[in-house]
Design a protein around this ligand. Structure first.
Ligand code: OSB
Ligand code: MG
Length: 369
């Protein structure tokens, strides 16, 4: 396969609700679409889902554009690639910038899936035909508001509730949720809002039999997490701290976590995600697929990834329509009453792309040939 043209399109779709975490409020969500054209006339779409500000990681849509247009696109244009492995080799010397790399790598997967006339799940080696879905709930203005949304999501079928926490919105919230909803599958995500000084708070949280505590300590730490994990019976799940299969190996050897959240954007693509999956599977560590409020295009790749056999815990995979006025795939996927979404078996992306909406929401466009 040979790439003849790279197109970068930043799209900005109005959000229907804001998403508050310990690192800040997400109330607008530009995202970067990467379009690859091959010499056979095919077009592959990928998504670089960095947040609009460097608050979850250092990347933004602007840094993704810079890295892709100046450094990565020139390395992959007009060269022959027989596999994704060869494709990523072309830019292996570009350090960091995993969201940018995921944008272009997923577009290449989309091209491959079209060339081979196979579903993304098949291309990746997926084995599950449906995946269990949970909902991730931001920090709300009140407990009443939080409870109302949880009630709605449980009714819709979501099987796991993840609640964002921060100092002042943690132990009392969880106590109340256990009182109201009983023993539902409940977990928390701190997005690095705490330190080891808060160890007593985590001992208290340990009493609530949570499925896991996601990224309680610093975004770049695996040492203090090991200290914390040693005193807790609740599994720690690492998100921000894991950028590669090597990071996963080190964290598991240190005992920093017992579960890993795999997000393609955070680790630089589907190939690296698969490596983390394989390493965890070989070491009996369950994984699940996290989300970055992607549009349906980014979610399509996440769904295929989550069909690999060791993705045994519910994914952050609510349909993008929960966050956005309109999605970029139409029709989008939905969850059934048991909390599952079907893994698309259609060749290519697996969902129809709404080209007119992409056009409508494009705020800037760059073409590299
Ligand atoms: O920490 O998992 C996170 C969204 C943006 C940035 C970080 C996170 C999240 C979520 C959203 O929790 C999950 C989703 O995309 O459904
Ligand atoms: Mg997280």
């Amino acid at each position: 396969m040979q790439i003849s043209r790279v197109e970068l399109r930043e799209v900005a779709i109005p959000m229907v609700s804001t998403f508050r975490t310990s690192f800040g409020v997400i109330d607008r969500r530009p995202t970067l679409l990467v379009k690859l054209y091959d010499t056979e006339g095919r077009v592959g779409y990928g998504e670089a889902a960095a947040l609009p500000a460097p608050i979850y990681s250092y990347e933004t849509p602007a840094t993704c554009r810079e890295i892709l247009s100046h450094y990565i696109a020139p390395l992959i244009l007009h060269r022959e690639f027989a596999s994704v492995e060869e494709f990523v080799q072309a830019y292996r010397f570009v350090r960091g910038h995993p969201f940018a790399k995921t944008g272009i790598e997923t577009a290449f997967w989309h091209l491959l899936a079209q060339e081979r006339v196979c579903a993304l799940t098949t291309c990746l080696g997926g084995t599950q035909s449906k995946i269990l879905v949970g909902e991730s709930l931001g920090i709300k203005n009140s407990l009443v508001e939080l409870c109302k949304e949880i009630e709605l999501r449980l009714r819709e079928g979501y099987r796991r509730i993840k609640v964002k926490i921060e100092p002042g919105w943690d132990i009392e919230v969880i106590r109340e949720l256990r009182k109201t909803f009983g023993e539902i599958d409940l977990m928390v995500d701190a997005n690095s809002a705490y330190t080891l000084k808060d160890i007593d708070l985590f001992r208290q949280l340990d009493e609530f039999h949570l499925m896991m505590i996601e990224q309680p300590l610093a975004h770049d730490d695996i040492v203090d997490h090991a200290t914390l994990q040693r005193v807790l019976s609740t599994p720690i799940c690492l998100d921000e701290s894991i950028h590669s299969a090597e990071d996963a190996r080190k964290a598991l050897e240190l005992g920093s976590c017992r579960i890993i959240n795999i997000k393609p954007g955070r680790v630089g693509g589907l190939l690296e995600s698969k490596k983390i999956h394989d390493y965890c599977q070989a070491h009996d560590v369950p994984v699940w697929c996290g989300g970055m409020l992607e549009t349906g295009i980014g979610r399509a790749f996440n769904i295929a990834l989550a069909s690999l056999p060791n993705f045994t815990l519910p994914a952050d995979m609510s349909p993008a329509k929960i966050f956005y006025q309109e999605d970029l795939i139409e029709p989008t996927y939905d969850i059934d009453a048991q909390g599952y979404i079907a893994v698309s078996q259609e060749p290519g992306l697996g969902y129809p792309i709404a080209e007119d909406r992409i056009e409508k929401y494009t705020v800037n466009k760059e073409v590299i040939t």
